[in-house]
Design a protein around this ligand. Sequence first.
Ligand SMILES: *Cc1c(COP(=O)(O)O)cnc(C)c1O
Ligand SMILES: [Zn+2]
Length: 419
Amino acid sequence: MTNKQQAVLPHVRGYKCTLCHQEFPYDAEMLTCPDCGEKGILDILYDYDEIRKNVSRESLAQDHTNSMWRYKAFLPLQDRDFSPFLRVGWTPLYESLRLGDELGLKKLYIKDDGLNPTASLKDRASAVAVAKAIELGYDTISCSSTGNAASSCAGNAARMGLKSVIFVPERAPEGKLAQMLIFGARVVSVIGNYKDTFDLSKMAIEKYGWFNRNAGINPVMTEGKKTVSLEIAEQLNWQPTDWVVLSVGDGCTVGGVYLGFYDLFQMGMIDRIPKILGVQSTGCSPFVDAGCECKPLVVTEENTLADSISVGVPRNVVKAQRAVAESGGQWVAVPDEEILAAMSLLGRTEGIYGEPAGVTGTAGIKAALAQGIIKPDETVTVIVTGNGLKDTKNALAAAGSSVKSKPNLEALEASGILD
Ligand SMILES: *Cc1c(COP(=O)(O)O)cnc(C)c1O
Ligand SMILES: [Zn+2]
């Protein structure tokens, strides 16, 4: 399928299997450990001295690239002109004006990753996947997803002229389905759950030789997602908050969040790694159930309206558990009612519109404060991972309805809206 020699990446030392800890030379076509099979997800090892030759706090201060590509020195890619790509990353980090007070926190920052081009944090992974597929000479990229990874894969591929084949579970929200279809993807709605969807995509990718954007399999995905942490750190002037909070499904995002801070710590660019709070819905919480001792995960029902984190059989178990454990963080679960409440709370207090999984972190802060995990005087960054416009059905369930009025002032006053 590939028509090019693989580029030599001087800053990439190789792979290390997250299960058996064997090291291997870097090979972009090798996605998982040859001995452990599909569960043997790989870490990419870097030569930080090499990265240091190309990037520093000072060089970044002079860099006007307003996208995640300002951190290309940290990514397992051949250097190229990334300006033709969709503008992924460099999303705003807002200091909370009211939400922190409402939650009882002294200092809260909100990283709005719903403002990425296809409206979720997944764009960070898709951009790297598309770049890698181009580097290796593929013309088609494929993934299975609960929705956002798929629409993001489709959009980023469309911009760079790659074809995409997307597998989604039947229950994917319409907003996300519409997005991928508009981006010209070939979309398969799989009759089954996310696991069935993943399995079919795996078989098809193997058979037809497409580039594999499955986050649980391809180690470059977490690498793309780690740019959110590089941004948070730089936007906070290299003084990240005590906590970074986000929702967890497959575990790839939280794994990436940790890796970003880990890289910066290795580089000497930050002096500690924030504690990571991983948040799930009580309707599907395999990581929370396994706890901080990293017990093996038990297959869980997928019973939450937060579709993006409705993952009963997560793929990126080791990276996710390590992120929380090694950062000194915690896991919490919140019921769906709290997720819907957080959707309105975030919107009403800060003007930020998140989808259910996008605001699950916000709901988790409240739970973590109540459980004494986060202390009120600790500083917190919460990542909004996806935009609410993708899931109008749940937004309306959270927000209630408008009042009706005839077009005269008496009727308006009678409507109760002015009370
Ligand atoms: C994918 C996704 C997550 C969770 O990321 P995982 O890598 O699956 O853990 C959270 N929120 C949104 C909006 C997502 O799309
Ligand atoms: Zn292995």
